[in-house]
Design a protein around this ligand. Structure first.
Ligand code: DX5
Ligand code: ZN
Length: 220
């Protein structure tokens, strides 16, 4: 049985005092920390690399869900595994050799994730389901926090459930990233989401700890 998890995205946290924000969301009941790695090529924004992941790993007490939005992820997955990723996700659009990259992650003993941009069909991962621990469905175009949830994502999530059932792969955790807020979290959950990434809705809330609690209540 999969449990529903809240994964605050540090993209909207205060990096001048990241330890404080990490402790805050951990105390609020966060299940995972979502770390967005951007290279300025795959997405039009740049964030951080393995060095910062390693620093975060030192202070975090919950697992790290590392989301690579970088071209040629195969060149870097080992560094991110060594830096302390517990889940490592690569984009299907970012490499012509997805199967090989997934094996590289698995060989490091890290949970294997693959992400799909909003326009990318579910069929693009049908041949690698056996290699996956997690599927991350983008509900916005990757690159920035604070965007609106793309409504078509709900139908896509329902079709993903059908695909997972057809292949007896319902053990794979489904992660949804982008535009998740208190008002839509239940609908996203009912469509088949297990891990809820949320950046701006948590960190820009008046009381982020309370926001996590309220989101969890919606998932009961
Ligand atoms: C966007 C990132 C997200 C982002 C989500 O490219 O992958 O993780 O932080 O932010 P919100 O929850 O504000 O949409
Ligand atoms: Zn993300």
């Amino acid at each position: 049985m999969k449990t529903k998890k809240i994964a605050p995205s540090l993209l909207s946290a205060d990096f001048s005092n990241i330890e404080k924000d990490i402790k805050m969301v951990e105390e609020g009941g966060a299940d995972l920390l979502h770390l967005d790695v951007m290279d300025g090529h795959f997405v039009p924004n740049i964030t951080f690399g393995p060095f910062i992941v390693k620093a975060i790993k030192k202070v975090a007490t919950i697992p790290l869900d590392v989301h690579l939005m970088i071209k040629n992820p195969g060149d870097y997955v080992e560094s991110f595994c060594d830096a302390g990723a517990d889940y490592l996700t690569v984009h299907v659009e970012a490499t012509p050799h997805l199967h090989r990259v997934l094996q590289q992650i698995k060989a490091k003993g890290v949970k294997v994730g693959v992400s799909l941009n909003p326009h990318t069909p579910l069929s693009s991962i049908e041949e690698v389901l056996d290699d996956l621990d997690m599927i991350l469905i983008m509900a916005v175009n990757p690159g920035f926090g604070g965007q609106s949830f793309i409504p078509n994502t709900i139908e896509k999530l329902k079709r993903l459930q059908q695909m997972l059932e057809k292949h007896q792969a319902t053990h794979i955790e489904v992660n949804v990233d982008g535009g998740i807020k208190l008002e839509n979290i239940r609908e996203v959950s009912d469509a088949g989401c297990d891990i809820f990434v949320s950046g701006s809705s948590i960190f820009k809330a008046d009381n982020p700890k309370e926001m996590i609690q309220q989101m969890k209540k919606e998932l009961e």
